[in-house]
Design a protein around this ligand. Structure first.
Ligand SMILES: NC(=O)c1ccc[n+]([C@@H]2O[C@H](COP(=O)([O-])OP(=O)(O)OC[C@H]3O[C@@H](n4cnc5c(N)ncnc54)[C@H](OP(=O)(O)O)[C@@H]3O)[C@@H](O)[C@H]2O)c1
Length: 322
C-alpha cells in the first residue's frame, strides 16, 4: 500500500509516499481502508519535532484521524464495508496512523459513520468537529442566550466552532489577526468579526459591555491572560488550541490572573465515543451544517498539504483523499 512513513523529523517539502506492506489484523484491532483524512497541527508537530523524541518509535506512519471502510473487522462487531471514522488514542504516535491506504487501528478508536456524505466532506469532520463539539458542550457548557468569543476563528477548528455555536442559537464573536479575513468570518456566520490587534478588549466590550459569557481560546497560553479579562462574571474560558505556539504559561498566578467567579478549563480530543460521534452527525444533519474545506489533495501531494497548513492561508480544513 501507499503510505507516508517518517524515519525522523523532516520539512514539509521532504514528505513523500512510499510502498509498504498492508498491516495484518490482530485481536482488538480492525483494518480500515482509508478513504480520506484531515490534516492537523499535531501532525506538523510530530513531523517537525516529536519524530526526534523518544516517545515516537520510528519508522512511523503519521496521521491522527481518518474516514473509510472496514476492510477486515477482525474480532470486532463491525461488518466488512461499514463506513467508519477513527481518531486519536495514540494514532500516528504510539501506533501507525492514517496517512496511508490502509490503517490497522484499535477497535475502540473506530466509530460507525452512517451518514450520506462524500469522502472529502466526511474527512473534514472527525477531529475538528469532535474537538469543537467537546469544547463548546463540555468545556464551555454553551447554550443560548450565551455570547461566545472564538479566539482563532479562522482556524479549521475555529470555523467549526463558529458553525456549531451559531446552530446552538448563541451570539458568536470570532477573531483573526488579518483585516483581509474579517469578511471570511462574516461569511461563515460570525455575528461580530474582530481583529486581534491589541484592541480586542475594546471591541468585545462594544458588543458585550460586561464581558463575553464564554471564550474558546484557540491561540492558547499566549493570549490566555487577556481572554480571562474579557470574560463576564461567572463566565468560562476553555483553552483548546495553541496556535500562538506557546504551550505553557510561566509565572501564572491563579489568584490574580483568573478574575473572581470566572472559570478556566480545557478540552483534549483524546476520548471520542460512538455516542458523541452519533450526536455530532445527527446535529450536523439536522442543522444543515457543511464542513468548511480549504482544499482537497491526493495522498501523493502530502507535501503540499503540509506546506499549505504551515502557510496559515488555508481558511478551512485541509483534506487528503487516499
Ligand atoms: N485540544 C485538542 O485536543 C485539540 C484538537 C485539535 C486541534 N487543537 C488545536 O487547535 C488549534 C487549531 O487547529 P487547526 O488545525 O484548526 O488550525 P489551522 O486551521 O491550521 O489554523 C490556522 C489559523 O490559525 C491562526 N494562527 C496561526 N498562527 C497564529 C498565531 N501565532 N497567533 C494567532 N493565530 C494564529 C491563523 O489565523 P489568522 O491568520 O486569521 O489570525 C491561521 O489562519 C491548534 O492549536 C491545534 O493544535 C487542539
Amino acid at each position: 500500500m501507499k503510505a507516508v512513513v517518517l524515519h525522523g523529523t523532516c520539512e514539509a517539502e521532504e514528505l513523500a509516499v512510499r510502498e509498504v506492506s498492508v498491516p495484518q489484523v490482530r485481536p482488538g484491532w480492525v483494518l480500515v481502508r482509508v478513504r480520506a483524512f484531515g490534516i492537523n497541527r499535531s501532525e506538523v508537530l510530530v513531523r517537525s519535532i516529536e519524530a526526534g523524541m523518544e516517545h515516537i518509535k520510528l519508522p512511523r506512519i503519521i496521521g491522527i484521524e481518518c474516514v473509510g471502510e472496514i476492510a477486515d473487522p477482525s474480532d470486532s462487531a463491525f461488518a466488512r464495508g461499514q463506513r467508519v471514522v477513527a481518531l486519536m488514542g495514540g494514532m500516528g504516535r504510539s501506533f501507525d496512523g492514517s496517512y496511508a491506504e490502509y490503517a490497522l487501528l484499535p477497535t475502540r478508536q473506530v466509530f460507525r459513520a452512517d451518514v450520506e456524505m462524500d469522502w472529502a466532506s466526511l474527512g473534514a469532520i472527525p477531529e475538528t468537529f469532535f474537538t469543537a463539539w467537546g469544547s463548546l458542550n463540555d468545556g464551555l457548557q454553551l447554550a443560548p442566550p450565551d455570547s461566545v468569543l472564538v479566539r482563532g476563528g479562522t482556524s479549521a477548528l475555529g470555523i467549526a466552532a463558529v458553525q456549531l455555536a451559531k446552530s446552538f442559537g448563541c451570539t458568536v464573536m470570532a477573531t483573526t489577526r488579518s483585516k483581509e479575513k474579517l469578511g471570511f468570518l462574516k461569511a461563515i456566520g460570525a455575528d461580530h468579526q474582530l481583529l486581534d490587534d491589541g484592541t480586542l478588549s475594546d471591541q468585545v466590550r462594544e458588543h458585550c459591555p460586561s464581558g463575553v459569557d464564554k471564550v474558546l481560546e484557540l491561540v492558547g497560553p499566549a493570549t490566555l491572560r487577556e481572554s480571562l479579562l474579557l470574560t463576564a462574571q461567572r463566565g468560562v474560558v476553555c483553552v483548546t488550541g495553541i496556535l500562538g505556539g506557546q504551550h505553557t504559561l510561566d509565572g501564572f498566578d491563579p489568584i490574580k490572573d483568573i478574575p473572581n467567579s470566572v472559570c478556566l478549563t480545557s478540552f483534549f480530543s483524546n476520548y471520542p465515543t460512538q455516542a458523541i460521534m452519533d450526536n455530532i452527525f445527527d446535529h450536523i444533519r439536522r442543522n444543515g451544517i457543511t464542513p468548511h474545506i480549504a482544499k482537497v489533495f491526493r495522498l501523493e501531494d502530502i507535501s503540499r498539504a503540509h506546506q499549505l497548513m504551515e502557510s496559515n492561508r488555508a481558511d478551512g480544513k485541509i483534506v487528503v483523499l487516499t
